[in-house]
Design a binder for this molecule. Structure first.
Ligand code: SAM
Length: 468
């Protein structure tokens, strides 16, 4: 039966959900007619939630399962505010914030996000690890991998390795080396219905089944990358049991060396072992969780947390290395030190190997080997080499910590200063002062570089990011 609330939804989806949820399905359909929920996750790599609340232009309603997460009113245009360009937050629908919280990476661990673009969860994982250890963020789609790179740059992530590979090739290259792995799997996207007309149009039962098949093999590949005793989180933004409980039940059958762990997050609902195929009994699946749009402020997610039963094996700990990348010449090192001395108050590359990729100077963390793998970034891009000088990179500006910024070499602009708009549009600014590089800051946080010469600041804001 079609009602005004189900008219926009695929009929087969409506029938399936009525069969699964019974009378509660009508509440789901009503929720799917409402506006999507806008969420903001404070980027704790740059500031605490408390500090952000003091400067937030919008009222913030806490997300129960994520200490840095907030619900915004739907008319907040937080993506257009300069605080977004500065990387103070990431706009993420609230149920997606439960995923990194469930994986709960610890500083010092080696973490992999296998399907990472556009980077909401990779950014969240990096914030939880506080830039203390390496996260490998992989994305198979090249264009999406570029968006991932840009987002992690804006958030000031310093120790990411961004690869653009098929998961199978990573499993072959690295084997079981990661302490924690996230597979936020490509899915039929029922949780995107209120945000995306495409998700509605693309939906079909056949696609649900095709997604489930792909998820089975991706999950096997994710497991192959996890060290004995490690933790693997699987998530989707769809409601279909074929892509959720059934994928996990089949995985546990294929991998008796894994067990489900509870996910202790406030406000989430249990998974549904009663939705497994007839006769399949897996009561432990109540440890998986579901976030339903009719029950919480969010679009909907499924999350399973799996732990490998084995003990970590010292013999197969990953060889983290400088990858054979050559340290830079003494001359280049001197150029870098000069840039630090004239522009910053502490060296952000302190203790890290400097290396070059083409014309770009990087601070390299120790990483798993990268030979033969398509790598888009390894560590922090510091500067571009132009003959005998260095042009500081946008990545560097966005990754600087308070103690590394020389306040005498900054131009602070308030969010409503017309000069800030001019800067973001790519125009030069008039400003008296010493010649040389300086950081344009907003609320004390760098938004990009400029170079002052004869009282004019030449604009170094990246062309691709400029406002029209
Ligand atoms: N974790 C991301 C975030 O929080 O921003 C969202 C990831 S999205 C749900 C799933 C990703 O899987 C997409 O970026 C998509 O390009 C990628 N993908 C699609 N097919 C894939 C495949 N066969 N193997 C690996 N990744 C795939």
């Amino acid at each position: 039966m079609q009602t005004s609330e189900t008219a926009a939804l695929p009929q087969v989806f409506v029938e399936r959900m009525r069969k699964l949820l019974g009378p509660e399905a009508e509440a789901l359909f009503a929720a799917l007619q409402a506006n999507p929920v806008t969420g903001l996750r404070v980027n704790t790599l740059k500031l605490s939630s408390k500090r952000f609340a003091e400067i937030s232009p919008w009222p913030l309603k806490p997300v129960p399962w994520c200490p840095a997460g907030f619900v915004l009113s739907t008319d907040a245009q937080a993506g257009k505010h300069p605080f977004h360009a500065v990387g103070l937050y990431y706009l993420q629908e609230p149920s997606a914030m439960a995923v990194a919280e469930a994986l709960a990476p610890q500083a010092g661990e080696l973490v992999l996000d296998l399907a990472a673009a556009p980077g909401g969860k990779a950014g969240h994982l990096s914030a939880l690890m506080n830039n203390q250890s390496v996260i490998v963020a992989n994305e198979v789609n090249r264009a999406r991998a570029r968006a991932l790179t840009q987002n992690l740059e804006r958030l000031g992530v310093r120790k990411a390795v961004i690869t653009n590979e098929k998961p199978r090739r990573l499993a072959r290259a690295w084997g079981a080396i990661f302490d924690r792995v996230l597979l936020d799997a490509p899915c039929s996207g029922e949780g995107l219905f209120r945000k995306s007309a495409d998700a509605l149009e693309m939906w079909s039962e056949n696609n649900v089944l095709a997604c489930a098949k792909r998820q089975d093999s991706l999950l096997d590949e994710a497991a192959a990358l996890l060290r004995p005793g490690g933790v693997l989180v699987y998530s989707t933004c769809t409601f279909a049991p074929e892509e959720n409980e059934q994928v996990i039940a089949a995985f546990l059958d294929r991998h008796p060396d894994f067990v489900l762990q509870s996910i202790d997050l406030a406000g989430v609902a249990p998974g549904r072992p009663d939705w497994l195929a007839a006769g399949v009994q897996k009561p432990a699946l109540t440890k998986t969780v579901r976030l339903w749009p009719q029950l919480i402020a969010g679009e909907g997610h499924f999350i399973a947390k799996l732990q490998h039963r084995g003990e970590p094996d010292a013999n197969i700990r990953p060889e983290l290395s400088n990858n054979g990348f050559k340290p830079v010449s003494g001359q280049l090192k001197t150029l870098w030190q000069r840039l630090v001395k004239t522009t910053l108050s502490a060296d952000p590359a302190q203790g890290r190997q400097l290396t070059t990729f083409g014309e770009q100077l990087y601070a390299l963390p120790k990483t798993p080997h990268l030979s033969g793998l398509r790598t888009m970034r390894a560590g922090l891009w510091l500067a571009t080499i132009k003959k005998d000088r260095l042009i500081p990179s946008h990545s560097l500006a966005l990754a600087l910590k308070a103690n590394e910024i020389d306040r005498e070499k900054t131009l602070e602009l308030s969010p409503n200063d017309p000069r800030l708009k001019q800067y973001l549009q790519g125009h030069p600014l008039d400003d008296k002062g010493e010649d040389g590089w300086l950081l344009i800051t907003v609320a004390g946080f760098p938004i990009g570089w400029g170079r002052r010469a004869k009282s004019i600041i030449k604009n170094a804001y990246p062309k691709g990011l400029r406002l029209a």
